[in-house]
Design a protein around this ligand. Structure first.
Ligand code: HEM
Length: 469
């Protein structure tokens, strides 16, 4: 039985709102804190809580560390947030960890970098269609006070469950205890505290979160610390949101797999091309996992997610060790004891709840998987993931798995689809007997165009922020 206070949790944690096809991510800057707090207090009752299925639209709100400071949270409270959150995504160390260098460097970003205004507030407005979205946006913008719009990031493209490269996305998600009635396998059922602050996580501990002296909450808005410290809990029912705008070079991706698989006479080998692309992703365009269906797509397996790697596919003969989905979530194949309960236990500490959406026009269907036109205007993914610990979840996955050139005994290669591909990391190996096949000179397919870390508070914490003086 879960003690999760769903009514106090913002909806985005519980739902991806797949039935709501249009979204706007509105980045705001706080100019006048007094008016901004009054405005937040006014919209707080309209933030969509987790139990609300949101027939037509949903609204969620989150804040960067500078946004919280701007609203009036004191330094002694800000110090209780993690360093990842307060230092932000663009520190030199993180640029190296994430491969945010060269064309992905924060200096070139459209937002969130040093050459653009610092975002303070993120509004995630999601609606059934573009008309409803625009109506809701106009009503919302009419009330803005003390804030100005930095940019409005629109996701108004419906790719029917696929991402721009042409593969089904959003299939594998963790089931969070207490968040839904969904029954799932034990390895995919993750304790509440991995995704929501103020609850027990996969270490059987409470994730760090800001706890305040009772006197700092004179209106008694915040819940008590359930660990009995006598303090009040600003984190409870909130989480962190990682947002990265990732541009995709769809033409470059399909041109690469085409040229890498040409027949001896120089002609395109369509089957071989699609086979290589699927083995780079780890799933076929339908979503079928290549570990279960290594030779050809099998739409009957499109949503299959109950599989492991260690016993059936230890050496990666079906799904290459370095494929995107295998790096991003190695399941039971983690050292020091792959295939054991211990390995699954470790895996559960590095899960991501993905809530991303695509942007930019769809690739014309007749040229996708073949020779798409140039990606102009830009298209890509608003990569959004949620988690109670940015360092142990998003940053670890991005750095130690996705971009790790030595991942699981591989070397000189990163994630072939979304990884950082400078010379020395631009290879991709497909294990084979007697020797592996190695593809070389992979171009950069994904470029970072913006990003920031946000705190997505519980609803009582939101009211508290609005009440600050
Ligand atoms: C433009 C960039 C990206 C694209 C096109 C992309 C595409 C995909 C696709 C097609 C899948 C398989 C479908 C599914 O299981 O839902 C997938 C799964 C996944 N991706 Fe990505 N992805 C991108 C970036 C990232 C990044 C940056 C991360 C993490 C740092 C990431 C983490 C994951 C995870 C954790 C899974 C689920 C794997 C599993 O549980 O089996 N992705 N992605």
């Amino acid at each position: 039985m879960s003690d999760l206070e769903l009514h106090d949790v913002q909806g985005l944690i519980a739902r991806g709102y797949a039935h709501l096809k249009a979204a706007s991510y509105i980045l705001l800057r706080i100019g006048d804190a007094v008016s901004a707090r009054a405005w937040l207090g006014a919209i707080a009752p309209r933030i969509t809580p987790a139990p609300d299925p949101a027939a037509d639209s949903a609204l969620n709100v989150a804040f960067t560390a500078s946004g919280l400071t701007q609203l009036g949270l004191g330094a002694e409270i800000m110090h209780q947030f993690s360093d990842e959150f307060t230092a932000g995504m663009t520190t030199p160390h993180r640029q190296r960890m994430f491969g945010d260098l060269g064309p992905s460097a924060p200096e070139t970003w459209l937002w969130g970098g040093p050459s653009t205004p610092t975002p303070h507030v993120l509004l995630a407005l999601i609606a059934r269609d573009t008309d409803i979205l625009n109506q809701r946006y106009s009503a919302l913008a009419g009330e803005f006070a003390g804030v100005s719009v930095i940019t409005r990031l629109d996701s108004d493209v419906d790719l029917d469950g696929k991402e721009h490269f042409g593969f089904a996305d959003g299939i594998s998600q963790p089931t969070v205890e207490g968040l839904s009635d969904r029954q799932d396998t034990p390895p995919n059922t993750i304790r509440t505290g991995e995704f929501i602050l103020g609850y027990v996580n996969e270490y059987s501990l409470y994730t760090d979160r800001p706890l305040l002296d009772r006197r700092l909450d004179p209106e008694w808005l915040l819940p008590a610390d359930v660990q009995g410290s006598g303090k009040v809990d600003l984190g409870r029912n909130g989480t962190f949101l990682v947002f990265r705008q990732l541009a995709q070079d769809v033409r470059g991706f399909w041109r690469f797999v085409d040229s890498a698989t040409r027949a001896a006479d120089g002609s395109s080998d369509v089957d071989r091309r699609n086979w290589l692309a699927a083995h780079m992703v780890g799933r076929w365009p339908s979503g079928a996992p290549v570990t279960l269906s290594p030779d050809a797509d099998n739409p009957r397996l499109a949503t299959a997610n109950d599989f492991t790697y260690q016993y059936a596919d230890q050496f990666g003969f079906n799904c290459p060790i370095g494929a995107h989905v295998r790096r991003a979530h190695p399941r039971d194949s983690l050292d020091p004891a792959p295939g054991t309960a211990r390995s699954v236990e470790l895996d559960k500490r590095h899960r991501l709840l993905r809530r991303g959406r695509e942007y930019g026009p769809p690739v014309p269907p007749d040229s996708l998987y073949a020779d798409p036109p140039p990606d102009d205007p830009e298209r890509g993914l608003y990569f959004i993931c949620l988690g109670a610990n940015i360092g142990r979840q998003f940053e670890f996955v991005q750095h130690s798995w996705v971009n790790n050139p030595k991942f699981d005994e591989l070397y000189d290669e990163a994630d072939p689809v979304v990884g950082y591909h400078p010379v020395g990391m631009n290879n991709f190996s497909i294990p084979r007997e007697p020797v592996r096949v190695r593809y070389t000179n992979l171009p950069q397919f994904v470029t970072t165009r913006g990003g920031a870390y946000f705190f997505l508070p519980g609803l009582r914490a939101l009211r508290y922020l609005a009440s600050l003086r």
